[in-house]
Write a protein that binds this ligand. Structure first.
Ligand code: FES
Length: 666
């Protein structure tokens, strides 16, 4: 007579009563314990490994003894001899319960493994991808019960995995050979959302399968190749968005479509070709085939999103900024002309609004403002800034047209952040600069700098460099609050030189070749960009009826390189304690990766996006008012009292028309 035994699983703490002879895997399943299995309990995959704990457990009121599990059986012995089982491990599908027992499920045997992200405040990613590998045994054909091989495969999947599956004609084409080759045992790649079998392998197959998370930006396209079962990022790479040749910013690309019939088709082709070549490069780097990639998740701003999907973006260039489709999209990669596995699937995150895209949705997924206890402002700084403000009581979103100045474009000595570009700069009380280059660890006043700089040269200033340069110039009184650079006479620095009707500050003057300077035109371009960013943030604060935020997160590849103090001196972001300003790196790319690796995250962001309150900056009169006041450095009216406590800003004025030439009031 079978008797009931107490079984406790750790680390979940789930417990239940089971009859003698119950398999550990079945007990785990009935308690909802996260124990993996690909082969359906046939002793092939070894995903179901468990570690029984044999000891006295007074806390649980039981003694877990070796006799509490059935003896090591021939299946386990065979597996151990071929592939090796770590000491103390059993196969959960073979070991049977014979007494009270405590069983540990090691992390690698959990289906929903957690990948811990590096930053403390960031969420963990639970690995639960949209594609599952299912091993099945299929009934052989029987003349007396005629049925198709696929129908018998469908029946086996239903009986053994409780899934209903379909398959394309291309997948069916190879089915008969595969079934016979596998001796009626096959492994299927099952795409849960579409219920499609993407591939069928003979016998037992455990991957690896790969997926790509793609962040399609106006300027660059970045992609991360991930192993779907482990979540590991194998290769991250990027290319320039070739659409730049049709226009630097989003609106000029929409204008291109308006002026050139068929321009949208041209741009769609260009971006898809660039993604295809990026995929080619990534597969070579990772040593895999395009065929090994089964899914691609893409995030982009609304115009890039539409152009990638082959949708006309013209309506997004004018009020009321109607999207063709806002919801998340799932479709076959071949429909978008992408060369991956022939059945590979694409998922695009939902767009929040006509100006706030799937990239902002991905930032919301990664940074989870909707779960935040304190009020957080998240700015994803790029050619277009996406701004989110909120906490667990609600989230608002808008986008702001900052233009390409932050990326070094429109800046006289500007360049992209490549080796040789000045990325950090400090100006001393004597108004002399020292700087650091991308790809060079030394500051320019350190021994060995010049030698190290020989390899790259000193070629220009990148976006983070120009922000630090202007902020440092403001701190040292070289530039006034209105953005005017003083003359050599006004500032007492020979580095301030005349530049037409205004002045420029020389950062670096080589013996030959062009000087690296900050001109008044550069400052103007940055003022406009930062004012747009600040005004967007301020508009959301108005809507939320708050005067301050608890913390600020700078997202985006560029956001990762901005110094919080300098961003604040410039007035890019509202006044906030500097230690409360953090960088999230490429949060949009991380959001894409979360959606690639965790199916539930897709439903989560789709519902979060519906809850986000959308604010359209282009039609809000208050935006213009905020923009005008925000062009000053740091701001015309906001006191920035917190900032001034730690970083005094000299009160100089270089506007000669006011008659206050170089006057210093404090
Ligand atoms: Fe595959 Fe146990 S479930 S070996």
């Amino acid at each position: 007579m079978s008797k009931n035994h107490t079984v406790i699983f750790t680390p979940s703490g789930r417990r239940g009563q089971f009859a003698s002879g119950t398999k550990v895997l079945d007990a785990a399943r009935s308690l909802g314990v996260d124990l993996d299995s690909v082969c359906g309990g046939r002793g092939i995959c070894s995903k179901c490994q468990i570690t029984p704990s044999f000891s006295d457990f007074p806390k649980h009121g039981l003694v877990s003894a070796p006799e509490s599990l059935s003896e090591w059986n021939s299946v386990e012995a065979r597996y151990d001899s071929i592939r090796g089982l770590p000491k103390g491990r059993r196969l959960g599908c073979q070991a049977m319960i014979e007494g009270d027992v405590v069983i540990d499920v090691p992390p690698e045997s959990q289906v929903h493994k957690q990948v811990i992200r590096k930053r403390a405040e960031a969420r963990e990613i639970t690995i639960d991808p949209a594609i599952r590998l299912l091993f099945v045994e299929v009934e052989q054909p029987d003349m007396h019960k005629p049925s198709g091989d696929f129908e018998r495969l469908q029946a086996a999947l239903k009986a053994q995995w409780d899934v209903t599956a379909t398959a394309s004609l291309a997948t069916l084409r190879g089915l008969q050979t595969t079934l016979r080759k596998g001796k009626w045992q096959v492994t299927c790649a099952y795409h849960v959302p579409s219920r499609q079998l993407l591939e069928i392998w003979p016998g037992y197959f455990e991957g690896p399968l790969y997926g790509l998370a793609v962040d399609l930006g106006s300027t660059t396209i970045a992609a991360h190749l991930c192993e779907l079962a482990s979540g590991e990022v194998l290769v991250s790479s990027g290319v320039m968005n070739p659409q730049i040749r049709f226009g630097e910013d989003l609106m000029s690309r929409v204008s291109y479509v308006m002026m050139n019939p068929g321009g949208d088709v041209e741009m769609t082709k260009a971006v898809r070709a660039a993604i295809n070549s990026l995929i080619g490069e990534i597969t070579v780097q990772a040593g895999i085939e395009r065929d090994d990639i089964f899914e691609l998740v893409l995030v982009a701003n609304p115009i890039m999103h539409h152009l990638f999907l082959g949708l006309d973006p013209v309506e997004l260039g004018q009020a009321p900024f109607a999207l063709t489709v806002a919801d998340a999209q799932s479709f076959a990669a071949r429909e978008a002309g992408l060369e991956l596995h022939r059945e590979a699937q694409i998922y695009t995150l939902p767009c929040i609004a006509g100006h706030v895209g799937a990239d902002a949705a991905a930032v919301a997924l990664s940074e989870a403002p909707d779960r935040s206890e304190d009020l957080v402002l998240i700015v994803d700084v790029g050619t277009n800034a996406e701004i989110l403000l909120g906490d667990k009581h609600g989230v608002l979103a808008c986008s702001s047209p900052t233009g390409p100045a932050f990326e070094g474009a429109q800046i006289s000595s500007g360049q992209r952040a490549a080796p040789g570009a000045i990325e950090h700069i400090r100006i001393g009380a004597d108004k002399e600069p020292r700087f650091k280059l991308v790809g060079n660890e030394k500051w320019s006043d350190e021994n060995g700098f010049e030698q190290a700089a020989l390899a790259t040269g000193i070629t220009g200033i990148c976006g983070s460099g120009i922000i630090e340069a202007i902020a440092e110039m403001r701190i040292r009184g070289i530039v006034d609050a209105s953005g005017l650079i003083g003359s050599a006479e006004q500032t007492g620095s020979a580095r301030c030189i005349s530049d037409g009707r205004t002045n420029a500050y020389v950062i670096y003057a080589p013996k030959e070749g062009p000087k690296i300077t900050v001109t008044n035109g550069d400052i103007r371009a940055i003022q406009l960009a930062k004012a747009a960013l600040y005004a967007g943030a301020r508009l959301l604060m108005d809507k939320r009826r708050v005067e301050k935020v608890d913390r600020v997160v700078l997202a985006g590849a560029f956001g990762a390189h901005i110094s919080p103090k300098h961003a604040m001196v410039l007035g890019m972001i509202p006044d906030c304690p500097v230690e409360k300003v953090t960088s999230a790196g490429n949060a949009a790319g991380t959001g894409a990766r979360i959606a690639l690796l965790n199916l539930a995250a897709r439903a989560e962001i789709e519902s979060t996006v519906r809850e986000i309150e959308k604010v359209e900056t282009a039609i809000e009169p208050a935006f213009q008012e905020h923009f005008v006041s925000a062009t000053n450095i740091p701001h015309a009216t906001a006191p920035f009292a917190g900032l001034r406590k730690t970083t005094p800003l000299p009160d100089v004025n270089y506007n000669t028309k006011t008659g206050k030439r170089g006057r210093r009031r404090s």
